[in-house]
Structure formats: C-alpha cells, structure tokens
Design a protein around this ligand. Structure first.
Ligand SMILES: Cc1cc2nc3c(=O)[nH]c(=O)nc-3n(C[C@H](O)[C@H](O)[C@H](O)COP(=O)(O)O)c2cc1C
Length: 228
C-alpha cells in the first residue's frame, strides 16, 4: 500500500504534529506500507489562482510552475493520503489549505451525481483511495477538532476518497514538556503505533485505540496552573 503523509505544520520536524506522526508512521511501516512523508510548508506551493485552466484549457495541468507539479502525481497514486495538521484558528494551517486547493487538477471540471450529490469525477489515473486525518491542538478539549474533522470528511467525499479515521491528540505540546519533568506517555505513543498498523492492515482504526491516543495527559487545571 502506498501512503502519502502530508505534514502541514510550519514547524515541520520540530513540531508536535511531527512528534505524533513519527510513531503513527512506524506503525504503518510495520504493517508493510510504503510511506512517504512530505513537509509541505518547506515547498514552494503558491495559492490557487482560480483560473480553472487546469479544467478547461490544459486539463489536469496547472498553469503555475511550482512544487505542486511534483506533488500531484504522488497524490494521484496514493492508496492512502494522511493529512496531518495542527489546529490553526479552528481549522487546518494555511499551507495545508493551499495544498488542498491546488489538488483540483486531479478532478474533472464536469459534474456527476454520486449518492444523490453533485461532485466532480476523478481525472483518469487518479486513485479513489482513502483519507485519514492526524491533528494536534493547543487546547485540551476534543471539540477543538470538530470543524476540522467536518471539513476533512467533506473534502474526502469531493475527492472520492473514503475517510477512514481521525487521529486527534489535544494538547500535544504537553508531551515533550512534561516528559522533561519525568512524566511518561509511552502508552499514548504505543497506541499511535497501533493506529498506524491498524489503518494499513484493517483499513480503519479501532475506537478504543483512538480514545487511548486522545486521553487526558494531565488534569486540565494542572496544565492551566503550570503552563496556561
Ligand atoms: C496561528 C495559530 C493558531 C492556532 N489556533 C489554535 C486553535 O484554534 N485551537 C487550538 O486548540 N490550538 C491552536 N493553536 C495551537 C496549535 O494547534 C498547537 O500549538 C500545535 O501543537 C502546533 O503544532 P505544531 O507544533 O506541529 O506546529 C494555534 C497555533 C497557531 C500558531
């Protein structure tokens, strides 16, 4: 199985998103997946200009000559695309949104009705695979992810990909900070590995694994008093 992991955090390998992705990717690889990780804020990917040339003038080809040229074939060929982003202002980061906007050359301009809903057909050669979301937030409550999860599920339908799970780690920044003070969250890290293994071998992640990943790290009041 080919897996493309898109990290939309501007902090790249130093970020909390990367910290969560590491064991998740280890789990996917242990189940036999061929995983490629791309930190998109490092790339030159300009915002979509909205010209629709990729639909009408040069079908499948964007007029902009930037790094999205190399990314579109990877996206089209991935069996599973993992969109990984921290919550920024209750949604995804800017680079992630730009990346998703720039993926429309993989769709055709015309309409089709799927499940009684208008959608765009996938361009020939684009896989109708799966999508997963990995996200971290600064705040403690799981509902901070609600708008992002709704958005990703809607985008998956438009990209004709099955949404197979949301790996959500509230307050992920606490992990390295508290570990420096002697705390251990090895059970959370192990559950992330399990989640990666499960998504490749079973096509989904068990609910109890997702709950273990999102569990309270330390009581909210303590975070509030020590770091808030
Ligand atoms: C511009 C900006 C907006 C943010 N908005 C939210 C938010 O709406 N809700 C939240 O829980 N955390 C928010 N955060 C906190 C990030 O989600 C948190 O710091 C996260 O751990 C960053 O991940 P990273 O280290 O991978 O970049 C925001 C951070 C930034 C920089």
């Amino acid at each position: 199985m080919k897996v493309l992991v898109i990290n939309g955090s501007p902090r790249g390998d130093r970020g909390a998103t990367a910290g969560i992705l590491k064991p998740f990717i280890e789990g996917m690889e242990s189940a036999g997946a061929n995983v490629e990780l791309v930190n998109i804020p490092k790339l030159k990917i300009n915002p979509c200009r909205g010209c629709f040339d990729c639909w009408w003038k040069t079908p499948g080809v964007c007029i902009q000559d930037d790094d999205m040229k190399n990314m579109l074939p990877k996206l089209a060929d991935a069996d599973l695309v993992v969109y990984a982003t921290p919550v920024y202002v209750d949604g995804m980061t800017g680079p992630m949104k730009i990346f998703m906007d720039r993926s429309i050359p993989l769709l055709e301009g015309k309409w089709e009705i799927r499940d009684d809903h208008c959608r765009h057909p996938l361009r020939e050669g684009t896989k109708a695979g799966k999508i997963a979301l990995v996200s971290v937030s600064g705040f403690t409550e799981l509902d901070n992810f609600d708008p992002l999860v709704v958005h990703m599920k809607a985008a998956a339908l438009n990209m004709k990909r099955e949404f197979v799970g949301a790996v959500l780690r509230p307050c992920a920044w606490v992990i390295p900070v508290a570990e420096e003070r002697g705390a251990s969250f090895e059970d959370v890290i192990e559950s992330l590995r399990d989640a990666g293994h499960q998504i490749v071998s079973n096509g989904r992640i068990a609910d109890d694994t997702l709950s273990k990943i999102s569990r309270e790290l330390i009581p909210r009041q303590q975070i509030f008093e020590q770091f808030g």
